[in-house]
Ligand binder design. Sequence first.
Ligand code: GDP
Ligand code: MG
Length: 397
Amino acid sequence: MDIANLETINIGIVGHIDHGKTTLLQHLSGKWADTHSEEQKRGITIKLGYADAIIKKEGDKYTTDPESKGEPVRYITFIDTPGHEMLMATMLSGAAIIDAAILLVSASEGIKPQTREHLIALEAKNIKNIIIAQNKIDLVTKEQATSNYKQIKEFVKGTIAENAPIIPISAKQGVNIDKILEELCKIKIEKKDENAKPLLLIARSFDINKPGTELKNLHGGILGGILKKGTLKVGDEIEIKPGLSQKKHNEFIYTPIKSKIISIYKGHYKVDKATPGGSIAIETELDTSLTKADSLAGTVASTIGGLSDTTNFIKLQYDLFKNIAGEDKVINPIILNETLMLSVNTSITVGIVSKVSKNEVELKLKIPIVPIKEDSIGISRNVGGHWRLIGFGKINL
Ligand code: GDP
Ligand code: MG
């Protein structure tokens, strides 16, 4: 199978907590995404979960069963996001790397605050390809399902998801999962620029060596993420920014890192080069102590010279919402010296407002970022002890 050239897309699974995102992901891909032990204990997704699958067509049925002899249609990376309000920033870092989304709404609970917040985020990130899954259909009567359908229709009216298909499913019982796969194969995605300077958004980093591995068999540090544009090849020299963080005199200093690509993986498949789309993992020459436990998550990589300089200072054109999503709490204007949390690509940073006007704000950042023009940045404020999304901004270079 020619995996490197199979059409590849990233699908985010979003929606309120407990509406069935992780269960659906398991059915779509045959895997559990909640792999971190704390997540299993608490039964919620804290970090982004990933699972890759190949959708095949068998007659007129779509399947991700690895045993299927059907024709491969698409390579999909599913990204499971947390639905908990406190983890909205992580959901946003997921939204930074997806082409399309499945928005789950539990038929038994209906539209909830994070259903709203997530749809707002999809709108801000301009993710037009949305499939709505009306989940837990096994728990409701026909009348309840119809009234929930109407509620969903009302909810999406006038939004980016206005014409999104609504598919009734039971993630738990595996009902109508093939319909979701069929919709996923219909999504048209814009061809991304393979000739641009590469931009790899790093969402995780790790060490794959088992304790006791012999020196000659040791692997270098692994970076996992999404190639937004350009092409990366085995042997390429790369740079990673902001890079390595070290604490000096109570302040974090960041040093860009250079390395070389030893191998590239797409799911379980080893490939020679990666083009945009789908999640990839690259093995580098880096010492694994630099990549373990997601220490480089939130950084970006390119070939040497492909990234602009890291900065501790940004200027944003911004728009605030009227209310906190799902509540009637009014959002007050941004004020001088207040602390805001920013979701920039896959990274999260905190900034202090140093200047603010009606539509422009300047912030001094705790963790520096690599500014990318026109990038949509989520702005959150601490409201009653929780970080709540209050608006979006665009970087003004
Ligand atoms: P998440 O927080 O959105 O990831 O939700 P989970 O996938 O963790 O599901 C939350 C709970 O709902 C779990 O107990 C699931 O077993 C249950 N659940 C998920 N989908 C369905 C469904 O279609 N029907 C029923 N009855 N329960 C479901
Ligand atoms: Mg979950």
